[in-house]
Design a protein around this ligand. Sequence first.
Ligand code: ZN
Length: 400
Amino acid sequence: MAHTDFRTNDRRSLAISDDLRRGNIAAIARALLLEGPLARAELAQKLSLTRATVTRAAAQLIDVGLVREGEARRATSGRPMVPLELDGSRRVVIAVHLGAVELRAGIIDIEGRIITHDVLRYEGTSPAAVSMLVRRAVAGLTEGMSPQMTILGMGATIGGWVDPHSQTIIRFDPLGWRDVNFVDAIPDLGYPRWFDQIVRGIAVAESLFGVARGHQDFVVLWSGHILGSASVWGGSVQRGVRGGAGMIDHLPTGRDHPSCVCGQSGCLGMVATDQAILDAARAGGIPNGGVDSLRSLFRESGEDARLSALIRERAADFGRAARVIAQLRAPELFVIAGLITTHSEYEREFRRALHTGAGVAADVEVRRSEFGGLATIEASAALVIDDYYRDPMAFEASSV
Ligand SMILES: [Zn+2]
C-alpha cells in the first residue's frame, strides 16, 4: 500500500523534495544573514540538518555567488573550520518611502547596507505627481550604478492605513489620499514591486538588520508625524483585516488630557505625536520663539529642564499605553522608534511606565531602534529582502 502510494505520488514527492531543498537553502542564507559567518558543521547543528544536506545546499549558494568560503578558523580540536559567509553586495533593492512632506529613496543591498539615498520635496501631492517624482528619484539613483549589481525589486512604504491585499492606500492624511491604488503612486519601472505600511516595514527591517534581529515575536512602537505599531508573531508581521492592524492613536494613556476626535479623552494620539509635543512645548514657553520641528526643539532646548519634564511625561504616556498591547500580545520585546525616543530621558521613563504594576508587561524587554534617520529606507527595502531570504532561489533565475 505504502509502496503503491509512493509510486502514484511520484510527481508530488518530487515537488516536495524541491520545496525542501529550497527551504534548506533559504534557512542557511537567513542564518548567515542573522548570525554572521558559520561553518557547515555549525549550520547543521543550528538548523537540525545533516552535514550532507548543508554541504549540498551551500554548494548551490556558492554556485550562484551569494555565499563564499571565508578564512579557515583554527578549531580547538580536529580540522580547522571553514566558515561560510554571505556576499550580498551585488544584489540590491530600490527603496522608496512616501513621507508626509517629502519622498525618500535609496539603494540598499540584501545585507541592509545603504549604498546611496536621496530626499526630494513633493512638487504636487496627487498620486500621478508623486509617481513622476518616484520615477525621477529612481532614475537619479540608478544612473551610473555598477553593472555588477542586480536589482531584485522595489519596496515602497507609506504611513497611514494601508491594505496590501487590495493594493490600496485606504487613507493617508498628509497627502489627502483616500483609496489610492499603489500602482497609481509607485510606477512600474520594470522591477517587481512590494508595498506596505511604514511601521510594518520597520518591523521587518528590525528583524533582519536591527535590534530585533532574529526575534520571532516582538512589537515596534513608532512615534513621529504619525503613531503606529507593528506586531511580528511567529516571524510574520501581522496585518489584520484590510491591513488595519497597528493603529494606536486611541489607546488610553490613563491620563486626562484634551478630548480626541473619537469623543474620548486620554487618547495617545493627542499627546504623543511630534506635533502634539511641539504644541505642548510652545504652550509651555519652551523655547522662546518656538520651532517647527522636534529636531530643532531638541537642538535649541536640549538642556532645558522643562523640555526634559515634558519628554518624561510623554514617554510615560506611551509606556502606559504600551501596557495594553503587552497584556494582549505578551511579546518578548518592544522596539521603540522615532526621533523622540532618542532623547536621553525617553527610554528610561517609557520602561518605567511599562513595567509598573503586575502582569506580563513587567517582563517585556525594551530596545531603542538604531536606524535613526534612515529607518524608512531600511523599512522599504526590507519588504523585498525578507521575501528574498524566504526563498533565494526564486530570485536567482539562472538556478531555478
Ligand atoms: Zn481618540
